[in-house]
Design a binder for this molecule. Structure first.
Ligand code: ADP
Length: 578
């Protein structure tokens, strides 16, 4: 990772390098060009100054004197002077013997000068073996061209001059660059110092030091950033303290509640638990990280965890751990990553419930015989009394019937609730089953002039269920349908659905008001108390029906319209059924 300081510094350095090289390149070009132009112009001027001195010798064609004069002048001027005639022959030269020099008619500056133009050229001179700048002018007398005067200087002198100048510029640029770099370093330090401070503070914050604060001795955005950062830290500290406090409070609550509470992973590994849970484990000390079933050796716990994998809602079930009974409720927390178990000890409640059940069963048993005896005597008495007393006997008989029914229903419910209740699954021939049911009700149906219709789907012949209990279901439902219908018919429709069998028991009776529909399966719930009593109803019939349906892992619902009739719908899974 490159530091900001290095980045800024390198950035400045590259800008300076590019800047310096560009300036050097262009200044070299400009200086060279302007210096060369200047030099050329000077040499042209000198040439013109020499012209009157050289002219007489040229006119006289006195080459000897001319060459001496040229050598003298060239020496004084520190430049090379050459005189050439119209044929390109060198007449005089300040540096060489003109006799040894070749014809100059082909030199570019001479060609131009012979056409009356001042001209210059930079070339290598083989005579002196150096790069030279040549400037040539035509020499004329009365408009007549006599020859060419050429002055030349060595380019190396010119180059060293330019180089000296460039070197001076470079020197200056280096000073400026050093100054700029110094400034860049200071600037980088000024920027990176508060940033580094911010980084350090953030690290302290990450390690849990909420007292750390960022500083920035500037008045720019960095200062603003530091202020915002400090503000954020303060808020973070506040929220953190609040969270810690809330966590502590929550821990205290969890610790002090009597119910056993365990939080586990979805696989059942313990994450957190309270002392209430230790009680449920019978004193074994649970450990975080272990599986919950290592402490509660109950098959049900593993089953619940398995079930929770596919369930999104809470599961509440009763479990027995050694001699204690617990109501175990499990739910997802932390968006389905954890499970929370709550174990409420219901052993005492269970004990009372059992006592209550026992009392109900015992009382029912004890009442059954005397009630049957009373009913028998009442029937005997009925024939021997006068009309007025017969009416009283009828009322007493009706109430006795009700009592016998209640006792019978209570015994049935107690049997159904027995822990070790066995469901005797067997294949039931449905046609025969409903013929029997029909026979049971033949008199009652006739009394009220009602019809019973059985509609059995062709593809269902038999069903696997507890025949005695299923019979109880239909007896109760049809009995109700007869009780609460005055005219019309009762229909039993049996259909095969995909994975279930659907029974519909429909009547054309008085119907059930909508507000009661939800509660009619409750024990002792009756819609119209006096009517139910008249019919010797107990309010337990539908409770028994629902219990049996649930034992078969089925579902029961009801639809009804007052004055029109009711329909009870039972759906039994065909898992048990053929
Ligand atoms: P009960 O012995 O009083 O009939 P149930 O538990 O069998 O008790 O029924 C509960 C109540 O539901 C009844 O009191 C009655 O008001 C109502 N009920 C049940 N079946 C029917 C029906 N087929 N038509 C109208 N009302 C019904």
């Amino acid at each position: 990772m490159k530091h900001i300081f290095t980045k800024i510094f390198l950035g400045f350095l590259s800008v300076i390098l590019i800047f310096t090289l560009t300036i050097l390149y262009f200044s070299y070009q400009i200086i060279k060009e302007s210096y060369q132009n200047n030099l050329k112009q000077n040499l042209i001027n000198i040439n013109h100054t020499l012209e009157p001195e050289l002219m007489p010798y040229l006119i006289d064609n006195n080459t000897h004197e001319l060459d001496s004069l040229v050598k003298f002048l060239g020496n004084n001027l520190k430049a090379r002077i050459t005189l050439i005639n119209l044929a390109g022959v060198v007449l005089a030269d300040s540096k060489a013997n003109p006799m040894n020099m070749e014809n100059h008619a082909d030199r570019p500056e001479i060609i131009s000068a012979l056409t009356n133009q001042e001209a210059s050229s930079v070339r290598h001179s083989f005579t002196v073996n150096k790069d030279m700048l040549y400037v040539a002018i035509p020499i004329k007398s009365d408009g007549k061209l006599l020859g060419v005067s050429r002055i030349s200087i060595y380019m190396d002198e010119f180059d060293s001059l330019i180089n000296k100048l460039i070197f001076k510029i470079l020197e200056l640029l280096i000073y400026v660059a050093i100054l700029i770099l110094l400034f860049a370093a200071l600037f980088s330090i000024r920027i990176t110092k508060p940033i580094n401070n911010l980084v350090l503070t953030a690290k302290l914050l990450a390690s849990g030091d909420f007292k750390a604060r960022a500083t920035a001795n500037t008045k720019d955005e960095l200062k603003l950033l530091a202020d915002v950062f400090n503000n954020m830290t303060e808020k973070l500290e506040l929220y953190f303290n609040q969270t810690v406090q809330q966590k502590e409070e929550l821990s205290n609550i969890i610790y002090s509640i009597q119910e056993g509470l365990v939080v586990t992973s979805t696989q059942g590994r313990i994450i957190q638990f309270n002392p209430g849970f230790t009680k449920a484990t019978n004193g074994a000390t649970p450990l975080v990280g272990k599986f919950i079933w290592e402490y509660l050796r109950e098959n049900q716990i593993a089953k619940i965890i398995k079930k929770m994998e596919s369930s999104t809602s809470a599961i509440t079930t009763e479990i027995q751990i050694k001699d204690d009974y617990f109501l175990c409720s499990v739910n997802h927390i932390n968006t389905n990553k954890e499970l929370v178990f709550i174990f409420s000890n219901i052993s005492e409640l269970k004990k009372f419930e059992n006592i209550k059940k026992e009392i109900v069963v015992n009382v029912s048993h004890e009442l059954r015989t005397p009630l049957t005896v009373i009913k028998g005597y009442l029937e005997t008495l009925e024939d021997d009394v006068d009309e007025k007393n017969r009416n009283y006997i009828k009322i007493i008989k009706n109430h006795t019937d009700r009592l016998i029914n209640i006792v019978q229903d209570l015994l049935t419910i107690s049997q159904l609730e027995e822990k070790n209740l066995k469901i005797n699954y067997e294949s039931i021939d449905l046609s025969k089953f409903f013929i029997n049911i029909n026979e049971t009700f033949i008199n009652k149906l006739r009394e009220k002039d009602l019809a019973l219709k059985i509609e059995l789907d062709n593809n269902i012949n038999s069903i696997v269920a507890d025949s005695f209990k299923l019979e109880q279901v239909f007896i109760n439902l049809i009995d109700n349908a007869i009780k609460y219908s005055e005219t019309g018919e009762i229909t039993i429709n049996v259909r095969n659905n995909d994975e279930s069998i659907r029974f519909e028991i429909t009547d054309t009776g008085i119907g059930i008001p909508e507000k009661d529909l939800e509660r009619i399966f409750e024990r002792f719930y009756t819609v119209d108390k006096s009517r139910s009593r008249q019919m010797a109803g107990t309010g337990l019939g539908l409770a028994i029906v629902k219990h049996i349906v649930l034992l078969h892992r089925g579902k029961i619902t009801v639809e009804s319209t007052t004055g029109k009739g009711s329909r009870f719908i039972i759906v039994l899974p065909s898992g048990n059924l053929n």
